[in-house]
Design a protein around this ligand. Structure first.
Ligand code: PMP
Length: 871
């Protein structure tokens, strides 16, 4: 990545003792450079910050006067961790410990000239603790203390030199010692700093206004997205100067009251159309910094509604490079990925918080009072992105709000079996813990899973779950869904619930295709050079892997384009007699119906078996039909429309008894449950690679015996060819004429290995639990009808539902647009079944896979609830 153009240092005018925006001070002096720390943001210490620093210094050293100008450079740490700048020096560090819930301040040696003369306490005279007879080096060393001293930062004196040190459990670690000359600096106030920076403030304003004017007509409407924070306050002011009047604020319903009051006082439109956080959180669990479902529900969703009324707009917003390292490459304009109606413009993206505050003060614009109270960031009072130190502050200032959230977190901790630290230390703020929090957990021996989630306490969990044995969602330690999801880069903002149509492909499958292209691209079964040998061997081996995967090593495994082609190959490849009968079912996909119906031209008749009111296949009716004599039964193993599983082994028994061939359409079963064709006892098994994590354009036809005629003739499928005859090759080759989909086949082999590694039984159990959760959740919503068998053993993760009064396409569209949930709607290529069920408009279908999470299921339920509520 290219280094962003961020400023990594601050200029300081030593003559005026003020920080500078540009290199030169208003007094003409060139500033001295002070390096800053990532993400290089800098802000003035406000009321509460100054009080806190003053109190901590006082506790340790006595009354230490503070300068008017103090700056804080926020850096990464376990929680709040600010480098304090005073008098143009790195004064020390202000740190919040999420475990002890305490702030501490550690001074740096550069602070000594400014505090030494005032320090009444907190000075450790090493002359009294060390053996004076020996000459030893002190700086950077650790020594035991002879008398008890409290832990924390201290000034160290040794002979005539001074330094700083930290005491921890009777030992002191000393930093460098030096001679210190006390300084009494000038003490300008912020007004003076503004005056000295006015030239640069004007430049900043001019540039921001230029950006706003440049873009305000890019769309028919222009507005400001106002968050109640300082950055958007600056943008609102600038936009109004540039003639943009419209501004909106989205009230999530979990805002701090000061913010709402402040927004009202700014004359900004308040949008209150978000969902209910507290009802959604009961299902979805606490949001995380890495899992901000709340934003979608409470911000993006109402924003979409608002914009659909306002129309296409250019929206000015206060995003800045320095807010986090992730934003450091933010462009002047960006298309809102979640909303095509919106073009976002960030006119102050290159400002630091320092410039923002200076500008607001210069322009005398009121700011949200929460800043002076000690918040660094304005947002919802339970925002996962907030620091624990800020939340701790709210516990004393907004007890009524935090009590409710604390009560929920406590209850959630108990329910999920997480350790108490999940709530107490704020570990709920991440789904996957970042390195610094993992280190904290390691220090305190709190178990963390391999995918960096906190481990559930098994004992507690079992107690809670014993009351509800039906829903036994497997936790991360049992099914590593988050680890699995890392293999699917496509899983970003959207919730993909259309795996029955096409599953996603994991990285190893994609890598196999790249490897083929990069290392040994060649045709298969032709020639003897080394590339073709590798390609042929891998392509052939993929057949073997697939055959083993379905327990079909004794049969013939042919690679096709898809299930449809596999079924057609059987329909066309058997030789039919007039009067032959084929039996199929009402559950079938068009691909397992039309090829049989087309045989009518050869005098073949077709019978279609129905289902019972509980959606399961009418086995008795099937037996009656088989008894009448039939050539072949073609039946789905699992319905792609309503998820019902059919009893293939029993059907196979009947077929065997009445000497009937059995073709199983396993397109929906093979990817989601263990399938063993030998145990099932079928003659043909057809399925698709692209539904089982494999590449598109891959399918399989497995045959117990290669009894069909090849449908396509040509190169690659023969043993010998003569002028007037040919001999087909043995095995699968005779059915794969022409150059096959080589990368597809090799990728399919890798997909099968990938599934095998996780285990089909494990996948089946995981998906079964998710399915049960979804069905339970949806069935509680009034107006929602679900079309699925009630027995979990008789269904896969394909759930069809309808909402009274809404067309399935409309529901799918709303789920996509408002909730980023991708589902299928309509007939699902099963129109006869839809007609049979009286569903003239079809259904909405959510289909799961091994990468689907419990959270995604809960969000779908919450979204459906929201759609029902709002229609
Ligand atoms: N049968 C079933 C049960 C299916 O779900 C599908 C795909 N939806 C098909 C057949 C057809 O599969 P393909 O598109 O891969 O040919």
């Amino acid at each position: 990545m290219q280094e962003p153009a961020v400023k990594k240092s601050l200029f300081w005018c030593d003559a005026c003792n003020v920080p500078l925006i540009g290199r030169r001070c208003g007094c003409g002096t060139e500033g001295r450079t002070i390096p800053l720390l990532e993400p290089f943001d800098l802000r003035p210490a406000l009321h509460a910050d100054r009080d806190l620093i003053g109190r901590l210094l006082n506790d340790r050293f006595g009354d230490i006067p503070l300068p008017n100008i103090i700056l804080l450079n926020k850096t990464g740490g376990r929680d709040r961790s600010d480098l304090i700048l005073m008098n143009g020096e790195r004064f020390g560090w202000l740190i919040f410990d999420p475990v002890t819930r305490q702030f501490s301040l550690e001074i740096s040696p550069e602070a000594l000239p400014y505090i030494l003369q005032y320090a009444a306490n907190g000075v450790v005279n090493l002359d009294e603790h060390l053996d004076q007879s020996k000459k030893i080096r002190i700086g950077g060393k650790k020594f035991p203390l002879k008398t008890a001293e409290s832990n924390g930062t201290v000034i160290v004196k040794y002979r005539s030199r001074f330094g700083t040190g930290v005491i921890r459990d009777g030992h002191i670690r000393v930093k460098e010692l030096a001679l210190v000359t006390p300084i009494t600096p000038k003490n300008p106030d912020w007004k003076e700093a503004i005056q000295k920076n006015q030239y640069h403030l004007k430049l900043l304003e001019r540039d921001a206004l230029r950006i706003i004017k440049k873009h305000r007509e890019d769309r028919p409407t222009a507005n400001v997205s106002f968050s109640g924070g300082k950055d958007s306050a600056a943008v609102l002011h600038l936009a109004r100067k540039a003639g943009v009047e419209q501004a909106f604020f989205i009230d999530t319903g979990i805002e701090l009251p000061e913010t709402v009051e402040y927004v009202e006082s700014c004359g900004v439109d308040i949008i209150r159309k978000g969902g209910d956080f507290f009802s959604a959180v009961e299902k979805a669990g606490p949001p995380g910094k890495d899992h901000r479902w709340c934003c979608k529900l409470l911000k993006l969703h109402p924003l979409r509604i608002y914009l659909s009324e306002v129309g296409s707009s250019v929206t000015f917003q206060g995003n800045r490079w320095y807010e986090s390292w992730n934003r450091a490459d933010l462009d002047e304009t960006s298309q809102n990925p979640a909303n095509p109606l919106q073009l976002n413009v960030s006119p102050i993206r290159s400002w630091r918080a320092f410039e923002v505050f200076l500008y607001l003060w210069w322009q005398k614009i009121p700011i949200n009072p929460l800043y002076e109270m000690g918040l660094e960031r304005i947002g919802c009072y339970l925002c996962p992105a907030m620091l624990e130190s800020e939340y701790e502050l709210l516990r004393s200032t907004h007890t009524d709000l935090t009590d409710r959230w604390d009560a929920f977190l406590k209850q959630w901790t108990g329910k999920t079996g997480y350790p108490d630290e999940y709530h107490q230390w704020g570990l709920w703020r991440w789904k996957a813990l970042p390195p610094k929090m993992r280190e904290l957990c390691r220090e305190y021996e709190i178990p963390v899973n391999n995918d960096f989630t906190l481990r559930h306490n098994a004992v507690k969990k079992r107690k809670v779950q014993s009351e509800t044995p039906a829903v036994h969602i497997m936790r991360e330690e049992a099914f590593p869904v988050e680890t699995i999801r890392r293999d699917y880069p496509i899983l970003g903002d959207a919730i993909y619930l259309d795996s029955a149509a096409l599953s996603l492909s994991p990285e190893p499958v994609l890598d196999a295709a790249i490897e083929f292209e990069h290392r040994y691209r060649a045709n298969v079964g032709r020639g003897i050079h080394r590339f073709t040998q590798i390609a042929s061997q891998r392509y052939w081996h993929a057949h073997e892997k697939v055959a083993r995967f379905i327990g079909g090593g004794n049969g013939t495994t042919v690679f096709t384009k898809n299930t449809t082609e596999s079924i057609n190959m059987v329909a066309h490849g058997l030789s039919w007699q007039p009067g032959d009968r084929v039996i199929t079912t009402i559950l079938e996909h068009h691909s397992n119906l039309l090829p049989w119906r087309a045989l009518a031209t050869q005098g073949v008749t077709l019978s279609v078996i129905g289902i019972r009111p509980d959606f399961t296949l009418d086995l008795a009716a099937l037996e009656e039909e088989i008894k009448k004599g039939a050539r072949l039964v073609a039946v789905t193993h699992a319905s792609n429309a309503i998820g019902v599983i059919t009893p293939i082994a029993e059907i196979a028994e009947l077929c065997k008894r009445y000497n009937t061939l059995l073709l199983v359409d396993a397109a929906q079963s093979v990817p989601h449950m263990p399938v063993n064709v030998t145990d099932l006892g079928c003659d043909f098994c057809c399925f698709s690679g692209h539904k089982m994590l494999g590449p598109t354009g891959t399918g399989i036809l497995w045959m117990k015996e290669p009894i069909i005629r090849p449908m396509i003739l040509g190169g690659g499928m023969i043993e010998e060819v003569h002028a007037d005859s040919y001999m087909p090759a043995a095995g699968y080759q005779q059915y794969e004429a022409g150059t096959p989909n080589i990368t597809g086949g090799i990728g399919l082999g890798v997909a099968v290995e990938y599934l095998e590694k996780i285990g089909m039984e494990t996948i089946r159990r995981y998906e079964e639990a998710l399915t049960t959760r979804l069905i339970k959740g949806l069935s509680r919503i009034e107006g929602v009808s679900i079309y699925a068998p009630s027995d979990p053993a008789s269904r896969i993760g394909v759930i069809s539902f309808t909402i009274e009064g809404l067309h399935p396409h409309e529901i799918a569209e709303r789920l996509d647009e408002n909730f980023d949930i991708l589902v299928r709607s309509g007939y699902h290529c099963c129109q006869p079944l839809m007609e049979y069920l009286g569903l003239s408009e079809g259904t909405v279908r959510a289909s799961l896979a091994l990468y689907t999470t419990e959270m995604e299921i809960d969000l779908l339920i919450a979204a459906v609830q929201e759609i029902v509520r709002s229609s």
